[in-house]
Design a protein around this ligand. Structure first.
Ligand code: IFM
Length: 417
């Protein structure tokens, strides 16, 4: 049996745009209306069904819930906050606390208010004043939550939106990308100054596990380089005031982090290429069976990631970890095996404080639409009925007891890790 320490949070995660529905004020909606993205429509209808979602979390025995505020919903127009929406978010926090579920809040989870996006979003430093107003609005209107993340996966946002051109505003411009990244660090600094003290302020980093494609020196160096650029440069920027971008180095304000979140999903292999503009190629590591996202599973990566991030000396949370699959037995195996490695990290003295499975419910998976099913709870997108999968109950048992039983370890585990 593997026991987690008292107070270790075992919960689930979602984000506003992916579950709420009708987020008509957000840039992703704007672009979906113009045929550039799959439409989120009513998503899981969680804006209306949030009480049911919380009731299910409580019934299943989950102890924590990470979710986000939709900036476009609370600021649908420049300078005009929507109080009703703020009150709803406060209501969600209150309900969670009443149910004994620890809330964790994210302020930016990929989407922007359309008016802000059309002004150039985070491309323009001058626009950070609007971010400041949003953060102040949260400080003045939201309470009952301790853990607040400024950004979810800022590097994923920068790369998908400004390097690969897959997400709004669909740019393929590395120079612009690194400037946006520098502006996100400045935005974090603004938020840290406003929120720290009232809340414990952190950031959520996606951390793929990068390995060299071969054991050549060049591939090894390429893997180290991408690991720095993608996994660490932004954090170093926040903490040291020097951000080493893709091509240039930026001076940014030194600010702080009260905790660090790590989203971990997959293993990727890195190959050096002889193109000075590109330098390396990154692809799925192709080990074993692939998930419905086309990702290779490598449970040890959660341990490697926690170990690497522990160098920052901050309390750590696995803020997301999950699998897109219709094979729910595989989901149970995924959870048990990743938790075995989280436990190993804790046993070695790493300051891990919680684990959030992505996701509580099936939801809108960005450019992939509704096809990938990450949920512990199945959602019928016609009726919005929620049906807990077997994994939902098993994870509930783990969360309620704060331990993984011998029976589960025997059936789904990896043996000694
Ligand atoms: O759905 C996303 C989430 O919004 C951010 N982290 C990765 C998840 C799965 O792709």
């Amino acid at each position: 049996m593997l026991k987690f320490p008292d107070g270790f949070l075992l919960g689930t995660a979602t984000s506003s745009y992916q579950i709420e529905g009708d987020n008509v004020w957000s840039d992703w909606w704007y672009w979906a209306e113009r045929g550039k993205l799959p439409h989120a429509g009513k998503a899981c209808n969680s804006w209306e069904l949030y009480e049911r979602d919380i009731e299910l979390m409580a019934e299943l025995g989950y102890r924590a819930y990470r979710f986000s505020i939709e900036w476009g919903r609370v600021f649908p127009e420049e300078g005009k906050p929507n109080e009703e929406a703020l009150m709803r978010y406060q209501g969600i926090i209150d309900l969670l606390n009443e149910a004994g579920i620890t809330p964790m809040l994210t302020l930016h989870h990929f989407t922007l208010p359309t008016w802000f996006a059309l002004k150039g979003g985070f491309e323009k430093e001058g626009n950070l004043e609007h971010w400041r107003s949003y953060v102040e609005l949260i400080r003045d209107n939201i309470e009952g939550v301790e853990l607040v993340a400024t950004f979810n996966e800022p590097m994923v946002y920068v790369v998908a939106s400004y390097v690969e051109g897959m997400w709004p505003p669909f740019r393929k411009n590395p120079l612009k990308a690194e400037k946006v990244a520098a502006n996100l660090i400045k935005a974090h600094a603004i938020a840290y100054e406003i929120l720290h003290g009232k809340f414990r302020v952190g950031i959520v980093k996606n951390r793929p596990h990068f390995v060299p494609a071969t054991d050549s020196e060049r591939d090894r160096k390429a893997a180290e380089e991408i690991d720095y650029t993608f996994n660490r440069s932004l954090l170093d920027g926040i903490l040291t005031g020097e951000f080493r971008g893709f091509m240039r180095t930026f001076e940014v304000p030194v600010s702080g982090l009260d905790w660090l979140g790590m989203n971990y999903y997959n293993i990727m292999k890195v190959k050096a290429v002889r193109n000075p503009l590109k330098r390396f190629a990154v692809e799925d590591a192709n080990v074993g069976r692939k998930t419905d996202m086309g990702w290779s599973v490598y449970p040890g990566g959660v341990y490697e990631g926690l170990k690497a991030f522990s160098e920052y000396g901050l309390p750590l949370y696995v803020t997301e970890n999950g699998i897109a699959t219709l094979d729910d037995e595989w989901r149970i195996e995924f959870i048990v095996q990743h938790l075995q490695f989280v436990h190993k990290a804790l046993a070695e003295g790493i300051d891990g404080r919680g684990y959030f499975y992505w996701s509580l419910i099936d939801n809108y998976e960005w450019a992939e639409g509704f096809r990938p099913r990450f949920g512990l709870i199945e959602v019928d997108y016609e009726t919005f009925e929620r049906k807990p999968r077997r994994s939902a109950h098993i994870y509930g048992e783990i969360s309620k007891k704060g331990e993984i039983s011998d029976e589960l370890l025997e059936r789904y585990g990896l043996g000694e890790v």
